[in-house]
Design a binder for this molecule. Structure first.
Ligand SMILES: [Cu+2]
Length: 316
């Protein structure tokens, strides 16, 4: 069973590599992935030498892919962390329940976290009520999901989801191994079929959206790469413009903000400056690492319902 899962994983990695060179957006794990797997997986009884080899080949496929694109070896950027040194001590082995997942089909994702000696990482800090947050986006960032894999045992997390359409998806696992800093591990999943036309993201000049009967306005001051930027969301009812001042805590805070650059390389997970706020304002402080186009998703909860509001900005 394990062998099948790993074979499936490889074919996906190779498919991903093939698709990649055509659009040139270069998204392999680059050098990072290579480092992760060179150690091999033989240390644990359940992982034979063959598995170590196949895992390594899969990563090589992706490394080659990264080199084709414009962003070879980007791993350092995507895996944003407060302690990059810790991050290199950790790697993830991703497994999928289907070799070639179909649109709208249940897909179980298993993420095994191991240290540089291939030992399972078993202790995680709880961060905003969860041991792991998993962000799933389509390559063009038109699809966004934020889910919470369940910790099983021996460093393994598992989650079942459905991906809406053919094409490539990036998954970003965000977690804190106890005693280390916050870190991420990422993977690409390819859903079978002919991918719909990718939509280029257009920066929006007007940052106001209506979602779930709420009108959300985003104001950003100091929108410039490398600057401390303040993101201020103002939320009112769309029908009568009444300010919404009874937002409910979502995962222990007034809201959560996830930001990705258009090329998916830069990932930011931002928490509010005042977590106990209830609206109509929710403020977040962050810093955009580089200039370029970014998509920002704000997540809030009101009357028992979580809603997501996306914005696209250009950071000078
Ligand atoms: Cu989360």
């Amino acid at each position: 069973m394990r062998r099948i899962a790993i074979l499936m994983f490889i074919s996906i990695a190779i498919l991903a590599a093939c698709g990649k060179s055509e659009d040139g957006s270069g998204t392999g794990h680059g050098g990072h992935g290579t480092e992760e797997t060179n150690a091999g997986h033989g240390a644990e009884g359940t992982h034979g030498a063959d598995d170590a080899k196949t895992g390594h080949q899969a990563e090589e496929a992706k490394t080659g892919n990264g080199a084709d694109g414009k962003n070879a070896g980007h791993g350092n950027h995507t895996e944003r962390t407060q302690s990059p040194a810790d991050e290199h001590k950790v790697h993830a082995v991703w497994k999928l329940s289907a070799s070639s997942p179909k649109p709208q089909e249940e897909l179980t994702l298993t993420i095994e976290l191991r240290d540089h000696e291939e030992k399972a990482i078993e202790q995680f800090d709880i961060n905003h009520e969860k041991k792991m947050h998993l962000i799933v986006v389509s390559e063009d960032l038109s699809y966004f999901d934020h889910i919470h894999p369940e910790y099983k045992e021996a460093g393994t997390f598992e989650v079942t989801t459905k991906l809406p359409a053919a094409g490539k998806y990036k998954v970003i696992a965000d977690f804190i191994p106890t005693g280390m800093g916050s870190m991420t591990q990422t993977e690409w999943i390819t859903v079978a079929g002919e991918a719909p036309q990718q939509k280029a993201m257009e920066p929006e000049s007007e940052l106001t959206k209506v979602v779930n009967g709420k009108e959300i306005a985003l104001n950003i001051d100091h929108l410039m790469a490398g600057m401390d930027a303040n993101l201020s969301f103002h939320i009112r009812r769309a029908d009568d413009q009444t300010p919404v001042s009874d937002l409910e805590p979502y995962l222990g805070a007034v809201g959560h903000v996830v930001i990705l650059s258009a090329d998916t390389e830069q990932y930011l997970h931002v928490h509010p400056t005042d977590e106990r706020a209830t609206g109509p304002e929710a403020n977040f402080a962050t810093s955009f690492p580089k200039s370029g186009v970014y998509k920002i998703w704000g997540q809030f909860q009101h009357q028992g319902e979580v809603f997501v509001v996306p914005f696209v900005v250009e950071v000078p």
